[in-house]
Write a protein that binds this ligand. Structure first.
Ligand code: SF4
Ligand code: SF4
Ligand code: SF4
Length: 180
């Protein structure tokens, strides 16, 4: 009796093994929808969509809890990309979330900065360099232009001029070298 049971167990195990070998390999799962939506968002982390950053907004869209027209930094082109991914009709940006504007980069007037570090605490991407009582400056390549550092500055020394194109940046740098 015990021998029969053992034989049945072994046969069942062999059967399962054979099925496993014959089965086609499992397809590589697609990235979750929220990941694919997040990849289309501009990663400015500004919160204008009414969420605490791009990823939460992506998760809300994937869950059907937010519309695709809430991201001003992504602009009309961004809405179009989201619509394409989700198989929906494109639509205009919802103006209650803000206007589409050219990309900006924060600029700190270092002569006025008092080194209070408040701006650092609000920057979502660690684009501000500085220490207590030391003037602060922005790492332009890291700054997303979200503007979250502007209001907390007690001496109003942060501005948000439009980002220069690479060619314009080079011209400014060359002009600086010539005048040095
Ligand atoms: S508005 Fe756009 S860029 Fe800003 S946090 Fe929301 S999804 Fe990100
Ligand atoms: S430096 Fe200011 S504008 Fe730039 S990413 Fe940080 S908080 Fe946003
Ligand atoms: S908040 Fe304003 S004053 Fe304070 S460190 Fe930042 S730039 Fe300087």
């Amino acid at each position: 009796m015990i021998a029969t049971v053992c034989l049945l167990v072994v046969l069942a195990a062999l059967f399962v093994l054979a099925l496993h070998r014959l089965a086609p390999p499992a397809p590589v799962p697609l990235a979750p929808l929220a990941e694919r939506i997040d990849a289309l968002l501009p990663q400015t982390q500004c919160g204008q969509c009414n969420f605490a950053g791009c990823r939460p907004y992506a998760q809300a869209i994937a869950a059907g809890e937010a519309d695709i027209d809430q991201c001003p930094p992504g602009g009309t082109a961004g809405v179009r990309e989201l619509a394409r991914l989700l198989g929906r009709e494109p639509k205009p940006l919802n103006p209650t979330h803000g206007r589409e504007t050219p990309r900006a980069v924060a600029l700190i007037d270092e002569a006025v900065c008092i080194g209070c570090t408040k701006c650092i605490q609000f920057c979502p991407v660690d684009a501000i360099l500085g220490a207590p009582q030391v003037m602060h400056s922005v790492i332009a390549d890291e700054c997303t232009g979200c503007g979250l550092c502007v209001a907390p500055c007690p001496v109003d020394c942060i501005s948000l001029p439009p980002a220069l194109s690479p060619v314009a940046s080079l011209a400014v740098a060359q002009a600086g070298l010539r005048s040095a």
